[in-house]
Design a protein around this ligand. Structure first.
Ligand code: V4E
Length: 220
């Protein structure tokens, strides 16, 4: 299991020029994401994001240590970063999702892990797709170890950049944030406000009721 520490940013043609000058493009790819939740938004209200990408299941959920720094405060730079645990093992995803839904779902699903390709567990747990979109992603590195910069263009007309560092669970979050801060400086990023990701914009546009619930629960 790994933890993704990430800062989103708005990018312009100039950011792209800078990246092409000082970074290395490590690839371009396209993927289709489908996100799932119950009609009562029980996963996303807990900041848990279940998705299927290129036929594989992924769950992003809050880290065990929350988002606080050891001294209980967050620096301005750290506040721009999110961190989420990324789980890609279907058995672990199924276990965690079932645990969250156990009180509300009549059919609690089977004990055995679903097999890849058999999605019947979704309806048993009352899960349905609430968002889907395709992203074209160009990825860059800047020479700083472990830092990746993604420029995402979603098919519903929103684009956003991300600087991300993957660390092991319990790894050094502050050093990841420092790397992200350095990369942001190299890219000449200014601004001290969190930037909305693809999902926030998608929900705002196409699922206003869901968006409002998450906003009032301070998930977004
Ligand atoms: C964690 C999360 C969501 C799931 C999608 O995560 P995101 O990193 O935005 O998507 P993507 O496609 O870049 O995934 P990757 O390829 O990097 O794994 S949707 C909303 N959240 C929570 C969230 C938040 N509250 N604030 C910010 C700035 N980002 C995400």
């Amino acid at each position: 299991m790994s933890v993704e520490v990430e800062r989103k940013f708005l990018f312009t043609a100039n950011t792209l020029k800078t990246l092409e000058n000082i970074g290395v493009c490590v690839g371009q790819r396209q993927f289709h994401d489908q996100y799932f939740d119950t009609p009562g938004f029980e996963l996303t209200l807990r900041d848990m994001w279940l998705r299927k990408r290129k036929g594989c299941w992924e769950l992003k959920c809050p880290t065990a240590d929350g988002a606080e720094e050891p001294n209980g405060e967050r620096s301005a730079a750290a506040a721009l970063c999110t961190r989420y645990r990324e789980i890609s093992s279907l058995s672990e995803i199924y276990r965690r999702v079932k645990e969250v839904l156990k009180d509300t779902c009549e059919d609690r699903g089977t004990e055995t892990t679903p097999s890849q390709g058999d999605d019947s567990w979704l309806s048993k747990l009352n899960l349905a797709c609430f968002a889907e979109f395709t992203t074209t992603r160009r990825s860059f590195t800047l020479g700083e170890e472990g830092v990746q910069i993604d420029l995402d263009q979603a098919d519903f007309g929103h684009h956003v950049g991300e600087i991300e560092v993957l660390i092991p669970e319990g790894g050094d979050v502050e050093s990841a944030q420092e790397k992200i801060r350095n990369a942001a400086q190299k890219l000449g990023l200014s601004g001290d406000r969190r930037v909305d990701g693809k999902m926030t914009v998608y929900l705002q546009r196409y699922r206003p009721e869901h968006y409002a619930k998450l906003l009032s629960a301070h998930v977004l």
